[in-house]
Design a binder for this molecule. Structure first.
Ligand code: PCA
Length: 196
């Protein structure tokens, strides 16, 4: 089965983004490989122009599940996002200095798209790696919310989640990548159940 994993690169205010490292580490996972999972890991550029790239990636990879990471530099613990909102933050410039041209991500899209995967087992998988993760109703209005909304809009049939991580040490990145291997396996199990 195929798992698409994404993280982000740097952006104004965050020079080192652990989420890209986490995605790449999951891409190298021997345990997922042993389970027959092929992982496509990508570091996305923090620009609104990257949203069409994500759509292209989704249509090329045709993933059975999508696991996304980004940093929320002001939080202390990981957050599993419950929903994506059809909104942007026109005041925040992206990594290319551009601002969104519209207050909405998708003129025809619904206001809110909910994550359709039971989140508690996923939260526990993150907790097993020594974090105190919470569930969150607010993914913000910047690129993290935008990729979650986009993934949910593009593939409503595919289990997709977004994890906001705090600033992490090298050990924190390793532990989050280990949690990510488990999240990926749980999402793919969910995909198999959905198909049965
Ligand atoms: N965090 C930002 C965008 C990229 C990232 O890693 C966010 O929370 O929207």
């Amino acid at each position: 089965m195929k798992l698409l994993v994404t993280g982000f690169g740097p952006f104004p205010g965050v020079r080192h983004n652990p989420s890209g490292l986490i995605a790449r580490a999951i891409g190298r996972s021997a345990s997922l490989k042993r389970q027959g999972v092929s992982v496509a890991a990508h570091e996305l550029i923090v620009t609104y122009a990257a949203l069409p790239d994500l759509k292209k990636l989704i249509s090329q990879v045709k993933p059975d599940a999508i696991l996304m990471f980004g940093i929320a530099a002001r939080t202390k613990q990981p957050r599993l996002e419950k929903r994506g909102e059809n909104r942007t933050r026109p005041l925040s410039a992206d990594a290319s200095g551009a601002r969104p041209s519209s207050r909405k991500l998708d003129e025809k899209g619904p206001l809110v798209l909910n994550v359709r995967v039971p989140l508690e087992p996923l939260r526990l998988a993150i907790a097993r790696q020594g974090f105190k993760p919470t569930l969150s109703n607010n993914a913000g209005a910047y690129l993290c919310n935008a990729v979650l909304y986009t993934a949910l809009r593009e593939r409503p049939d595919v289990p997709s989640i977004f994890v906001h991580v705090p600033k992490l040490s090298a050990d924190g990145v390793r532990r989050m990548a280990r949690a990510g291997e488990e999240l990926g396996a749980l999402l793919l199990a969910q995909a198999r159940r959905g198909r049965a």
